[in-house]
Design a protein around this ligand. Sequence first.
Ligand SMILES: CC1=C(CCC(=O)O)c2cc3nc(cc4[nH]c(cc5[nH]c(cc1n2)c(C)c5CCC(=O)O)c(CCC(=O)O)c4C)C(CCC(=O)O)=C3C
Ligand SMILES: [Fe+2]
Length: 360
Amino acid sequence: MSVNNYDAILLSSFGGPEGQEDVIPFLKNVTRGRGIPEERLEEVAHHYRHYGGVSPINEQNRQLKAALEAELERRAIDLPVYWGNRNWDPYFNDAVREAHANGDNRLLGLVTSAYTSYSGADQYREDFERCLAETDLANVVSIDRVREFFDHPGFITPLVEGVRDGVAELTAAGAQNIRLVFVTHSIPNTAADASGPAFGPGGAYVAQHNAAAQLITEQAAPDLPWDLVYQSRSGDPRTPWLEPDINDAIDELNAADANAQTDAIVIVPFGFVSDHMEVVWDLDNEALESAERNGLKAVRVPTPGIHPAFVTGLIDLVMERVNETPDSERPALSPLGPWPDHARVGAGAIADATPVSTTA
Ligand SMILES: CC1=C(CCC(=O)O)c2cc3nc(cc4[nH]c(cc5[nH]c(cc1n2)c(C)c5CCC(=O)O)c(CCC(=O)O)c4C)C(CCC(=O)O)=C3C
Ligand SMILES: [Fe+2]
């Protein structure tokens, strides 16, 4: 099927180092202009160094790109996929230059982030704007963006499956009182509040996470208690970030409710779409260790990765833009959705912004 409103998909991600010599330049890219304390950079560098300076994220995006291409081919949809990152090679500038060189100028961004926050939404927009400015293509290339998919069935289904499997595994190992621990990236309270002020404290960021956690619980294990906790905080320790931290929450589990007698936890890393460094280090090392220290059985659910339901769902999200599907027909499992589309960046936006008076 040829597609008349887009030329290509721009798979847009974070990027990660792929060798020891990349680690510091990568971290400098991530934190440019943002006053992350030196000690924090050293600490984070150590996580990457431990794995040979290689983050799994780029390989996961190569696999995701291949899986998206296979799904497009299976559905006979004629859209090439370009891949660009915010913080490491291949950068957005290279991906967009390559697309333009091939005559692909109307791009649909598919961002590997399910929720609304500065990092997951506004910053990608800024990156797209800067990319078009730096490549001098702002009048030629346009970039739209697929909506946040925190309550899309393609994102929820793999997590539901993971929770069911996790519960079954813990039950088989003798667990009596299982708790689901939903974990996502902490962000500064002010950033959370600003992510959608209409949602009150915590903004859209926290509201979307609560909605997704509730959905996953209802579908996977409706009788189990669940918590929303946070990981990977950084920044100045005096600045308030979303809490509790997952490790503190695990330490406090039975202290907080002496009757609960929780003996096992299912850690659900639903803030991320692949098992990248923040998952393997902060959860598989630290959080699982916290569980063990507290005598709790624990399993960590896989992120969606390249689960077939996720890959199909991402292409469905692309096709709702191609088909200009009305909101009322867009799949969304929570009352918050379907989340609205983002404004176009680049050629189309400039045309849209042309004051009517100049053409009248
Ligand atoms: C909300 C959110 C997401 C999810 C949405 C999205 O996907 O965007 C996310 C994703 C990711 N964050 C990642 C890595 C890092 N994040 C950092 C720093 C920060 N993240 C923040 C928030 C988020 N981050 C914030 C508020 C900071 C502090 C300061 C700043 O605003 O920069 C730092 C700097 C050191 C540190 O402070 O920890 C690193 C190295 C990786 C790659 C992992 C890999 O390499 O496999 C990924 C996918
Ligand atoms: Fe981050």
